[in-house]
Design a protein around this ligand. Structure first.
Ligand code: ATP
Ligand code: MG
Length: 263
């Protein structure tokens, strides 16, 4: 199962990604959680302490490894291989946070769009290895820009989740992100509404989402918010939130197993 999670800043992408990763791992699945947001905090949301989280070096910054595999040091502008071997990157660069393997993508400095450089090629090769060649559950915590999901790999994502809040701006972003995802070949785009407080929120979100299927809803939770303040995993703190999360996980599993079926 390959799940990509996106949405406007601060809507709860990392909270959902970490929650799902933890849940699948507890159910005995092997899980790789990819932090593809430059402002990374997925490891922390999974319960890693600061030292462990900081030991997770972004792949884009692994100059020695990138040079070894592509033949060109990042920034050198030299000639590089287009198909670097990345088969050992998960084992080499992933950190284990309570049974979930976490990797960070990092960002490639560039001007304009697209990057013809060794580090960009390395990241692309890794993403395609992750999505096409591995059999773990893969959960990608992405920024709204979905920069790491290129054409070619996008098709391998089973479900692309756009997280929304019951507020206008996040819902408009959802539309744009959903369109972008469909444009690059993602087959299944759904929304998960977060921070739902009451029935009015539900009605508002449903109406505003239009064509985007609503896969599930997570309640506003004081315990989840506080878990972030004392930097721990939000799991096991709020039974209502955990139950809603389990429903989302079950719905994702169903969709991944029957990709052509609509709601
Ligand atoms: N259901 C919820 N109830 C209460 N607080 C929540 C809930 N979901 C997320 N939060 C809180 O909202 C904040 C933002 O959540 P999170 O970091 O998951 O969002 P994000 O979309 O990943 O943000 P960013 O765009 O910065 O990566 C965090 O402090 C988190 O604890
Ligand atoms: Mg985040």
């Amino acid at each position: 199962m390959r799940i990509a999670i996106s949405g406007k800043g601060g809507v709860g992408k990392t909270t959902l990604a970490a929650g799902l990763a933890r849940l699948f791992a507890e159910n005995g699945r092997r899980v790789i959680a990819i932090d593809a947001d430059p402002d990374a905090n997925l490891a922390t949301a999974l319960g890693a302490d600061r030292q462990l989280a900081e030991s997770c070096t972004p792949l884009a910054e692994m100059d020695d490894l990138i040079e070894e595999r592509t033949g060109a040091r990042p920034g050198s502008g030299g000639v590089f291989r287009l198909n670097p071997d990345v088969s050992d990157v998960v084992d080499r660069c992933g950190i284990d946070v309570d049974g979930v393997t976490v990797l960070r993508m990092g960002t490639v400095e560039r001007g304009g769009s697209g990057c013809m450089c060794s580090e960009g090629t390395f990241l692309k090769a890794f993403m395609s290895h992750l999505l096409l060649e591995r059999d773990e559950v893969a959960i990608l915590d992405m920024e709204a820009g979905i920069e790491h999901l290129g054409r070619g790999t996008a098709e391998s994502v089973d479900t692309f989740v756009v997280v929304v809040e019951p507020a206008g701006r996040s819902l408009r972003t959802a539309e744009a992100v959903a369109r972008l995802a469909a444009d690059i070949g993602v087959r299944d785009v759904v929304a998960v509404a977060n921070r739902i407080r009451d029935a009015e929120d539900v009605v508002y979100v449903r109406r505003a989402l239009g064509d985007i299927p609503l896969l599930g809803m997570l309640p506003e939770s004081e315990a989840v918010r506080r878990a972030d303040c004392d930097s721990g995993s939000p799991r096991d703190r709020d039974p209502a939130f955990d139950e809603a999360l389990r429903d989302v996980a079950a719905a994702l599993e169903l969709r991944a197993n029957s990709p052509s079926e609509e709601d």
